[in-house]
Design a binder for this molecule. Sequence first.
Ligand SMILES: [Zn+2]
Length: 314
Amino acid sequence: MRSVLFSAAMSISIFAQAGLAQGEPALDRAQLLEDLRMLAADEMQGREAGSPGGALARAYIIERLEEIGVPPIGESYEHSFTFTTREDPEKTVTGFNIVGRIEGVSDSDRAMVVTAHYDHEGMRGDEIWNGADDNASGVAGVLAIAADFIANPPEHDVILALLDAEEKGLQGARTFVAEPPVPQETIAFNLNLDMIAMSEEGILWAVGTYHYPFLVPLVEEVAARAGVSMPMGFDEPSEDPSADWTYATDSGAFHRAGIPFIYLGVDYHPHYHQPSDTYENMTLDFFQDASAAVVDFAREADERLDAIGEAAGR
Ligand SMILES: [Zn+2]
């Protein structure tokens, strides 16, 4: 822990010395680590949908959106929905997506939706499944994207959707796509973050170009300047369910509706869906570099959004 804090402090001073010009993406690395640490803290009890820990996580995320300056879509950030699970079909659970919007400066009607699920597995007995990588990391990444777009406004409307109940079968994402807060045909692209904090090899996969080959140049451009390696794959139909991640995370719901997507995330690792998926076990240097890459990715996607929409007929 001590060495983590030390390296975060080092990053800040190096960043300050770099003297980035205005308009360049700025990543607050200390805040990024704080968001990851807070969302993965034991107090959040693994953030299971419908649980008190889930409600605590939601309160934290809403407070951060307010702090960053992202207004909600509609009356409230919280968009509730209900669902049942296979384990207990008698019990109705209420989930809450958290949705905000940063307005674009152009007059284009097209919007980009940036998603990450904030729920995880909760607790098994006394054991907390903290879900640091899965998916406190993706939420922290979305908050970093939000801060960057507030500092340097996007061309198009950017909708930030922190989704609930992904672990219960993409429930929040399905609801978002079925009842979107803007006309569905105006959603030209979904950028989904799920697990961006744990890779010993330094690899952040870009999933989705098999389905939307016109997105290859976008991925290539960001990959060329990223501090992590960003190969494309894990999206071709396969007999082996672990080799095709198309429907393994929230972007699957967008894909079903014909909305182009890129899902950025790491490969399976020993902490995946284990109680050891904790802040302390993350590869934090990788996480910071991956987060810088996702901020860059969101900015590049915004710049290309009209071309993406045209290619997809949206
Ligand atoms: Zn996940």
